[in-house]
Design a protein. Structure first.
Length: 163
């Protein structure tokens, strides 16, 4: 049994998970439709996932995630969801762009990068001293009503507001 999984196969697992949340059964044709790929591409990926014991697959039968497959798929979906929200909410990206970037980064970022992004996001959400927002000009600004004397961003915002 092979244990490695590529980003390509992670995308298939994630798609199978999403389809299974909407339907009782997942068929290869639904995976092909959702991913915009050919049925032959799906068949190859499903065989590779079955070989890794992440799904149960037999031609012309519904695809079923194994416990391990569901765990891997959910981890991928969670990473993707977190990154999408981070890019959209923290970096001020448009929803569609945040979605595309999250798809790319979820496979490339290692555990340390993801953990630090999560910690940074928690810090921004919890810290009462920081209230950052992206302006329409693409600049990051502090939106606190009471500005901190020691913060360069606050000083810049104060200067911009008094002009």
């Amino acid at each position: 049994m092979k244990t490695t999984i590529t980003s390509h196969l992670e995308d298939y697992l994630e798609t199978i998970l999403f389809i299974s949340q909407d339907r009782d059964e997942v068929h290869a044709s639904a995976v092909a439709d959702k991913m915009g790929v050919t049925r032959a591409s799906v068949t190859g990926a499903l065989r590779a996932l079955a070989e890794r014991e992440l799904i149960l697959y037999h031609p012309y039968q519904p695809v079923v995630l194994t416990a391990q497959g569901r765990e891997v798929a959910q981890a991928c979906a969670d990473r993707h969801h977190f990154l999408h929200r981070f890019f959209r909410d923290q970096l001020g990206m448009q929803n569609e762009e945040a979605e595309l970037v999250a798809c790319r980064v979820e496979h490339a970022a290692n555990a340390t990068v993801l953990a630090r992004l999560a910690e940074f996001s928690r810090f921004l959400a919890d810290c009462r001293q920081v209230d950052l927002a992206w302006g329409t000009d693409g600049q990051l600004r502090c939106t606190r009503e009471t500005h901190s004397e020691g913060c360069a961003g606050c000083r810049q915002s104060q200067t911009s507001n008094s002009d």
